[in-house]
Design a protein around this ligand. Structure first.
Ligand code: MG
Length: 348
């Protein structure tokens, strides 16, 4: 049998993090543990996003409900079946993707520990095949964005947030501070299709690798139009949330950005990877502001994708990460060979 426990955790950011739709100072996340009768513990984390209809209180309500369902119908650990687990999570509540992701990654951590294998191996990946992650430069003045870029000189790939009236000045400042970095941009749905087409032509001068979510979440016709007119590859993030979205956006973009907190965990995320491959899409794996628990879970999946943007834990204030997990060395995600996720509490 498995018991579930949870604990709210406030993750303070090293500095305010601004994207086109707002500024974040503290991430109100929830840490989750699943424990077997034998004392094996699996760790998970929910990073709820109001943009996807979740907040900490809804995560806590979901976990309460799930714990209640375990009392009447205990979860079997021999073997722990992910399809069955996700069917049960959908019965508790169909939304709440971050809450479901927390249980999902804790279950994978348990499964890996019981099998004596890293989660990457369970997912079909190779621990040695992790991609390099980008480091995000949030929206600020050109001077401050240049300073943040210089401070991030050990990261070879930068993701620059755009969607302000000063994008050209901002990108010029970042490019001059990092002449050799790979630069991607993310508009977080800020542009109209017409603006996007014009802006992409203009920012091409800075040597941009690709553009993420140029237009509004639900404007698939706009996304398709932008891609037809764009010299740069286009990725969908806010427009591609769950597996069923992949076929819908397939002819509108060149790639998708999968996040555990949008789709509900590693199990649906793997489905999205395979759906994307079937539609000849490139695959990015992104994150919210998360501790090393959720980032490490995503890092195990990153062995199956093309592009990683797993820097949520790198943006935390010093000492605010309650766990130690994947290490980032010169941008490369370095996983341990420990069974499960390989995360341990920082204090331990
Ligand atoms: Mg994005």
């Amino acid at each position: 049998m498995v018991s579930v426990r949870w604990q709210p955790v406030d993750l303070r950011l090293h500095e305010p993090f601004t994207i086109s739709r707002g500024t974040e100072l503290v991430a109100e996340n929830v840490l989750v543990t699943l424990q077997t009768d034998e004392g094996v513990v699996g760790y998970g984390e929910a990073a709820p996003s109001s943009h996807y209809g979740e907040r900490r209180s809804s995560v806590l309500a979901f976990l309460q409900e799930f714990a209640g369902s375990l009392r009447t119908d205990p979860l079997s650990t021999a073997p722990l079946a992910m399809e069955t687990l996700h069917r049960r999570l959908a019965q508790v509540a169909h939304l709440n993707p971050a809450a479901r992701a927390a249980i999902d990654m804790a279950a994978y951590d348990l499964l890996g520990k019981m099998a004596g294998l890293p989660v990457a191996t369970l997912l079909g990946g190779d621990l040695a095949e992790t991609p390099r992650t980008s480091f995000t430069i949030g929206i600020d003045t050109p001077e401050r964005m240049a300073a943040k870029t210089r401070a991030a000189s050990h990261y070879p790939i930068l993701k620059v947030k755009v969607g302000t009236p000063h994008d050209i000045e901002n990108l010029a400042a970042v490019r001059s501070a990092a002449p050799h970095a790979i630069i991607r941009v993310d508009a977080n749905a800020a542009w109209t299709p017409r603006q996007a087409i014009r802006m992409i032509r203009e920012i091409d001068q800075f040597g941009i690798e690709f553009v993420e979510q140029p237009v509004a979440d639900h404007d698939l016709a706009g996304l398709r139009l932008v891609r037809q007119q764009s010299v740069l590859p286009i990725y969908a993030d806010e427009s591609c949330i769950v597996p069923a979205d992949v076929p819908r956006v397939a002819d509108c973009v060149d790639g998708i950005n999968i996040k555990l907190m949008k789709c509900g965990g590693l199990y649906p995320a793997v489905q999205m990877v395979h759906l994307a491959r079937a539609h000849n899409l490139r695959v990015m794996l992104g994150c919210m502001i998360e501790s090393s628990v959720a980032i490490t879970a995503a890092a195990h999946l990153s062995t199956l994708v093309d592009v990683a943007d797993l820097d949520g834990h790198l943006l935390l204030a010093h000492g605010d990460d309650p766990f130690v997990g994947v290490q980032v060395i010169d941008g490369r995600l370095m996983l341990s060979t420990a069974p499960g996720l390989g995360v341990t509490p920082s204090a331990a």
